[in-house]
Design a binder for this molecule. Structure first.
Ligand code: PEP
Ligand code: CO
Length: 462
């Protein structure tokens, strides 16, 4: 997370916008806080707490995303569907970082492009839900909206939205961020020591040999360059790492929206890269209103039901000046829907000459339930959608500039398939997600290797 090297060109300040202007628009997916005095008190406290990121880092990410829009970088964005407060612990955080680092090395090596690493963490605590309430055995309670809002346990007390959770989420995000920063600064990402990223069970992975082969090839290249130049290459010691989350719970986001000295405008300083989820991306809704005023780079999820006209209007609203690096569109249509849904959108954006970064989320359009009601995804559909995404972009003459994944560094069994061919019976073994199923460590690394093979650039045999 380094400071900005360059300052972006100033663009105009958005009109009629303030961090609270969203309040006059319909806000979907918000909880009902019954104790409004407690909500006000929590907001007041949150607004005084320090931010989690800096404007320099935000500008640096925007600069890198602008380069990705020109095909000079590739975005890897990944992490849990939703973080849990109880997962804010050393090994879970470092394992997730290890997987993302390993995947990014595979992508850099194979795609011959620098990778922008963005975690879905340090703030990914709020979830959109399909219904406001849930009924079990005749008892109806508010739905679980993520740990930022309430708890998942089905009791009246736990499901009651509690504004104090915003304070706790801010603290857990800060702890997560602090640990990630310390690891990175301490040389955890050093390419001289890829063994730092080894995970216990990696030795048994069907992909281990490919990965080791690639890592030793990289090590040889680094040593070769060092011998050639007679000096140690230092800039392989550390990498930039950025954070992102769905900006869903607007009172929380509002309180972390700040001004900084010597810059105009407002920044969401709870994360580098907030995104708008599919369910809250309506043009006239509160989330679009809130996000249009930020100086952060922002992303929006795009589903198969969005029309080209809707999309262009959304782009106009969120990036009226066509600012480089500002807007990322994350399409998530499902393997079955992408061939029909995506090309008209790509064509419209191309025709209008709008500057966006196109990213594929091959997870959210491929969720299914087993006969016993377990939420899962098939690896073949995840990779299948991604392959189609690369091909569909190529056919239109646009570029797929990144991937957005739900993954974990833990050895969970939540998605089916992959090199070990996890089956429906395996799901029961280590299913830990309270929301969407994540790729486990092996499946994530395998996906990175397959992307590289798809791009035809991997010199090792996989
Ligand atoms: C998510 O990313 O976890 C999510 C809810 O995605 P979407 O908004 O695309 O449904
Ligand atoms: Co999800």
């Amino acid at each position: 997370m380094s400071a900005a090297e360059t300052r972006p060109e100033p663009v105009r300040e958005p009109e009629n916008w303030s961090p609270t202007s969203w309040q006059s628009f319909p806000a979907l997916q918000q909880p009902t806080y019954r104790d409004t005095a407690a909500l006000d008190a929590a907001k007041e406290e949150l607004a005084r707490l320090p931010p989690l990121v800096t404007s320099w880092e935000i500008f640096e990410l925007k600069r890198q995303l602008a380069e990705a829009q020109e095909g000079k970088r590739f975005l890897l964005q990944g992490g849990d569907c939703a973080e849990n407060f109880s997962d804010c612990e050393s090994s879970i955080i470092s394992n997730r970082l290890k997987v993302l680092l390993q995947m990014s090395v595979a992508l850099v090596y194979g795609l011959r492009l620098p990778v922008i690493r963005v975690g879905r963490f340090a703030g990914q605590y709020a979830k959109p839900r399909s219904a406001d309430t849930e009924t079990r055995d005749g008892l109806t309670l508010p739905c679980y909206r993520g740990e930022l809002v309430n708890g998942s346990e089905f009791t009246e007390a736990t499901r009651e939205p509690d504004p104090r959770r915003m304070i706790k989420a801010h603290a857990r995000s800060a702890m997560t961020m602090n640990f990630v920063r310390a690891l990175i600064e301490g040389g955890f990402a050093d390419l001289h020591h890829p063994e730092y990223w080894d995970l216990e069970w990696m030795r048994h992975s069907p992909r281990a040999a490919d990965y080791q082969h690639m890592i030793s090839a990289i090590g040889n290249s680094v040593r070769f360059m060092e011998t050639l130049s007679g000096t140690r290459i230092h800039n392989v010691n550390r990498v930039d790492f950025f954070t992102s989350h769905e900006a869903l719970l607007l009172p929380y986001e509002e309180c972390l929206t700040r001004q900084v000295p010597r810059q105009w405008g407002w920044f969401n300083l709870s994360t580098h890269f907030p995104w708008i989820g599919l369910r809250t991306a309506n043009l006239d809704g509160a989330h679009v209103e809130y996000m249009r005023g930020l100086r952060n780079p922002i992303a929006v999820k795009v589903g198969a039901s969005v029309t080209p006209d809707d999309l262009i209007r959304l782009i106009d609203r969120l990036n009226p000046e066509d600012e480089p690096g500002r807007l990322t569109l994350i399409h998530r249509m499902g393997r079955a829907g992408i061939a029909k849904g995506l090309p008209p959108l790509l064509e419209a954006v191309k025709r209008e000459g709008r500057r966006v970064l196109w990213v594929a989320d091959p997870m959210h359009g491929n969720t299914e339930s087993t006969a016993t009601g377990v939420k899962t995804r098939r690896f073949e559909n995840v990779f299948g959608e991604l392959e189609l995404a690369f091909d569909l972009h190529a056919a239109v003459g646009t570029r797929l500039g990144g991937v957005h994944l739900e993954l974990t560094g833990e050895n969970v069994t939540e998605c089916m398939g992959g090199a070990r061919d996890l089956t429906e019976t395996d799901l029961a073994r280590a299913y830990r997600s309270a929301v969407d199923p994540r790729l486990n460590y092996e499946q994530s690394l395998e996906l990175a290797m397959l992307i590289v093979r798809k791009r035809g650039a991997l010199p090792v045999s996989i």
